[in-house]
Design a protein around this ligand. Sequence first.
Ligand SMILES: [Zn+2]
Ligand SMILES: [Zn+2]
Length: 86
Amino acid sequence: MPQDPQQHLRMQVRRFWQQRQAEYGTIMVQEAFHHTLSDFGVEVEHNVFSCPDCWWEDREVIYCPWSWNHHDHPFHECPGMGQDCC
Ligand SMILES: [Zn+2]
Ligand SMILES: [Zn+2]
């Protein structure tokens, strides 16, 4: 067992994501994940307005790690609107 199961799991998920992404493209994989996660009742649309861990700085949102837009999120998507971070 790796020392940090959370990190190990994230690596597995990342690898799976990247392989499927190469096969199907970002949009299709993201849609599939959204559908699958919501089937399990997992929050997929992170609400930055009601989240206590996201905050606004000037006119930019600083996303918490639960948001897709957070750089460390396993399925990270750049927020766009001039906020490309990768
Ligand atoms: Zn948040
Ligand atoms: Zn990014």
